[in-house]
Write a protein that binds this ligand. Structure first.
Ligand SMILES: Nc1ncnc2c1ncn2[C@@H]1O[C@H](COP(=O)(O)OP(=O)(O)OP(=O)(O)O)[C@@H](O)[C@H]1O
Ligand SMILES: [Mg+2]
Length: 260
C-alpha cells in the first residue's frame, strides 16, 4: 500500500502523468477506482483498460454497498462527475471510497482535483481521510492529484510517501511544497533562474534550473517533475520520455488574444 501525491499548477500535465501512472500500475491491483472530477481519464476507458461510469444526480445518493457491487462486478471504474456540485461530488466520493476500502483484494484509488474532495478548510467525511491514513498491510493505495496543494488537507499531504511535484506559481502552494520536500523547493518555482544548493541528481542537463513545461505551437509536449519518496529516492523526471497505450483527453484550453 502506497499513498502518492501529484501536484502542479493547472495545465502542467498532472492528469496526463496520472493516467500514465495508473496505466503502469493497474495490472498490479485487483481493483481500480478513478474519481474523475473533470472527465480527463476517459482515455483509459477507450483503451479498454477501465470501465466507465457517470456520477450524476441519480448516483449521488448511491451508498457504499451499491458502489462496492459496481466495483466487484467491473474491477476497474473511472467515475466522471456530471452535473454535481463540489459538495455532492465529495459525498459521492466518500461512498465510493468507503466501498473501495471494503473490497476483498487490493485497490488503487485515484482522486483528481483532490483539494475538492479532502479540503484544507472545513470538514469532510472521515472515510476520505481514512483512505490516506490506511496503514501498511491494508490493500488500498491512493493517488491524490491537485493543482492547489495549499488547499489539500494537511493530514492527507503528510501521509503521502511518494510525491511527484511540478511547477507552481502561487506563493501559498510553494510554501506548502517547502514543508513537504527536503530539497530546495525553488526548483518548483518557474520564476527563479538558478537554484542554489540543488543536488546534482535533480539538475536538468543544462544546470540547476526549475522544472519546465515544454510546448510546441501552443501544444504541451510534456513537463518536468521531481519525484521523491520517504525512502530518500529523488529524481527529476521528464514526462516526454514516457509513453502510454491510452490517449489523454485533457483540455488544452483556448488561449486569450493579446490586447493592443
Ligand atoms: N507528456 C505529455 N505528452 C503529451 N501531452 C502532454 C504531456 N503532458 C501533458 N500533456 C498535455 O498537456 C495538456 C495539459 O495536461 P493535463 O490535462 O494533464 O494538465 P493538468 O495539470 O491536469 O491541468 P488541470 O489542473 O487544469 O487539470 C493536455 O492536453 C495533455 O494531454
Ligand atoms: Mg487535470
Amino acid at each position: 500500500m502506497t499513498h502518492g501525491l501529484v501536484g502542479a499548477k493547472s495545465g502542467w500535465g498532472k492528469s496526463w502523468f496520472c493516467q500514465w501512472w495508473t496505466e503502469d500500475n493497474v495490472p498490479e491491483y485487483d481493483y481500480l477506482l478513478v474519481l474523475d472530477y473533470k472527465d480527463e481519464y476517459r482515455g483509459l476507458v477507450k483503451a479498454n483498460l477501465a470501465h466507465w461510469g457517470i456520477a450524476g444526480p441519480d448516483e449521488v445518493s448511491a451508498g457504499a454497498a451499491a458502489w462496492k457491487e459496481v466495483l466487484e462486478q467491473n474491477g476497474t471504474l473511472v467515475l466522471a462527475r456530471h452535473r454535481l456540485c463540489t459538495e455532492e461530488w465529495r459525498e459521492m466520493c466518500a461512498a465510493a471510497i468507503r466501498a473501495a476500502r471494503r473490497l476483498d483484494g487490493t485497490a488503487l484509488v485515484v482522486i483528481d482535483e483532490a483539494h475538492f474532495v479532502a479540503p484544507q478548510s472545513g470538514s469532510y467525511p472521515d472515510t476520505i481521510e481514512g483512505l490516506a491514513t490506511t496503514g501498511r498491510g491494508e490493500g488500498v493505495s491512493s493517488m491524490w492529484v491537485t493543482q492547489r496543494l495549499a488547499r489539500l488537507d494537511e493530514t492527507v499531504v503528510a501521509q503521502t510517501m511518494v510525491r511527484l511535484l511540478g511547477g507552481f506559481s502561487s506563493t501559498a502552494d510553494l510554501n506548502k511544497v517547502g514543508g513537504v520536500v527536503d530539497y530546495p523547493e525553488d526548483v518548483h518555482n518557474p520564476q527563479v533562474s538558478t537554484i542554489h544548493g540543488l543536488p546534482s541528481d535533480l539538475e536538468a542537463s543544462d544546470g540547476p534550473v526549475p522544472v519546465r513545461k515544454f510546448t510546441e505551437n501552443g501544444k504541451t509536449q510534456g513537463s518536468e517533475w521531481i519525484y521523491s519518496t520517504d525512502g530518500g529516492d529523488t529524481r527529476r523526471v521528464d514526462s516526454r520520455m514516457l509513453t502510454m497505450q491510452s490517449t489523454h483527453y485533457g483540455p488544452e484550453g483556448e488561449g486569450l488574444s493579446t490586447p493592443g
